[in-house]
Design a protein around this ligand. Sequence first.
Ligand SMILES: *Cc1c(COP(=O)(O)O)cnc(C)c1O
Length: 709
Amino acid sequence: MDDKSRTGGLDVFRLIAAFLVVTIHTSPLASFSPEADFLLTRIVARLAVPFFFMVTGQFVLSGYLTGKTRDFTAVGRFLKKILLLYGGCVILYLPVGIYAGHYQEVTPLSLVRTLFFEGTFYHLWYFPALLLGTLLLCGARRFFSLRGLLVLSAGLYLLGLLGDSYWGLTAQVPGVSTVYEWGFSIFGYTRNGLFMAPLFLLLGVWMGRRKTASPVKAAAGFLLSLALMTAEGFILRAFALQRHDSMYLLLPVSAAFLYALLLSWKKSPCRLVRTASTWIYLLHPAVILLIRGGAKLTNTVWLLVDNSLVHFLAVSLLSGLLAFLLAAILAAFTRKPYQKDRAWIEMDRGALEHNVLVLRSLLPDRCALMPAVKANAYGHGAVQMARALNQMGVSAFCVACIAEGIALRKNGVKGKILILGYTHPQQFSLLRRYRLTQAVVDYDYALTLNGYGKPLAVEIAVDSGMHRLGERAEQMESLCRIAQMEHLRVKGAFTHLCTDDTQDPEGQEYTKAQADLFYRAVNELRSRGLPCPKVHLLASYGALNYPQLAGDYARIGIALYGVKSDEEDYDRSQADLKPVLSLKARVSCVRDLQPGEGMGYGLAFRAKDPTRIAALAIGYGDGLPRALSCGVGSVLLNGKRAPIIGRICMDQTVVDITGIPDVKAGDVAVVIGRSADEYRSAYEIAREAGTITNEILSRLGTRLPRLLV
Ligand SMILES: *Cc1c(COP(=O)(O)O)cnc(C)c1O
């Protein structure tokens, strides 16, 4: 929800964490006090890597692991990125590793250890750990609940702990220590993707789902747990129990409190800092070598290397400079055009998800959603909607024409795609190439499709009374012949209802008669042993008013987007649907008119009194109906209504803002959606323009960027 606004704290700590990792590798306080150095580098700095794991958990794994999406693509993309980064680092640090003598004796076992556990240079163990931990959790998720995963990861962490900071105890137990020694020959240390990463990745998932904590409580918890962890560390050190010092009993606790504290900080995200901290992490070992070499050449080893604090500062400074330089260069090359510059559409993913749940609960279990994403998903952006719906477990869609189907496939939309309308024979090969299912719009068209001579997936459109498309339900012989045609692979049959949105008894009778006719035809086909696996007849109003008639799919359009065609339409379910779309536009400029001055084409507006007006960067070229001109429509600015004055132009619309204080160029006007306590609905606009919401939404212009928020 407010995820975006609270990630700034995480970004800042990424930078701190990167420098903490530098302290681990430079021991800044070693020249002064071994105890202070231990506290800084072996206790406090140990928070850095768990923190990085938690960030990945929250932002990459959360969707998949919590089961909110069954879609692995986001995780897959992340894994690919990390693999590439790791590969790049392996190559970058290869010469250094060879120089340092890391590869003098390469055995299969040492190769496994290096590549899958330790990394090819001392800081690179993090990448295989991230990959392994992620794969482990995602794989185990098939067999375990989230809670089960937590128990599993905590168990692994404890096992890791016994081979890390608590090794001195484990080594006393004969059989167990043998097993560990054997393990060490494979993975070197237990702070890796198997024992350490899973728990922190999961903690990140968990923290991201919690409500924001109170900063005071989080800070108190952090300080207390850090104090206890310090005690733990010094006790272990006093008894010389540590084999390695990456894992403590209290590390997960203090890491969780620290994370809660950072999340409670309402700071906006900072991409530059985020990228730079990654580069500091990647580059600092090379910088250490550089500084050592430079110090030798300039005879300043006594200062730049032997003084641990100066050494640390020099490494940090140079790594930081290089990292920010690189990050700035990268940012300049990857800058995306700013999408909210003029007028745009925002789509509320939460509302979409809510509507999916509401509609699913309305329909019987056997009936799946087959959202209608035709006409650019009623103006919402077909690709974005279908992808988001894919992630919500929806795996069937219907579109109006083949071009819409192809666009979805090209953008990676999965599942069945049914084309409801006519496709020209010239395009039949594309039906096969893009695995699209074609509607058979009547018997003659079935002959044309069959004449193509290669197998085509089809569904039979049945005309049960709307008399628009479909073979007539009464023509049983024709329907049977279609189902038997050599090259048609009949996947199902569907019909469309035309009076399902009315409360008058005649319309209701007609709907029932349509359903009756349709199901009789389907049953007849099936009783003759002809293929008709899936059937469907309900669209939005069908689902809202006649869920009991549902077949295998419901082809829902307008209701999924959270509105009805008209607010007054009959809706027996009274389903609580939430509008998905908002339409916004920037104020381009503000000016004052004197009494008597006219404005716009034909000077259709004339000021009676001193009037303050604002020009908005949106017009009928964006789909704003011109019928809203001259006071018919309005927009919201700072939570107040500003009437549209004069004639709407192709790219500009002018509103009266007299009495709305503080409006200035760059402000955002809401054309559809919420502004403070005011709401301007698609219904209002449709009524003012004399049409239905479907038309208003589906005509929204292609030049409006669609942003999923
Ligand atoms: C557009 C369309 C739908 C979706 O209609 P809504 O009323 O928006 O849910 C369903 N079936 C067919 C055949 C359509 O053309």
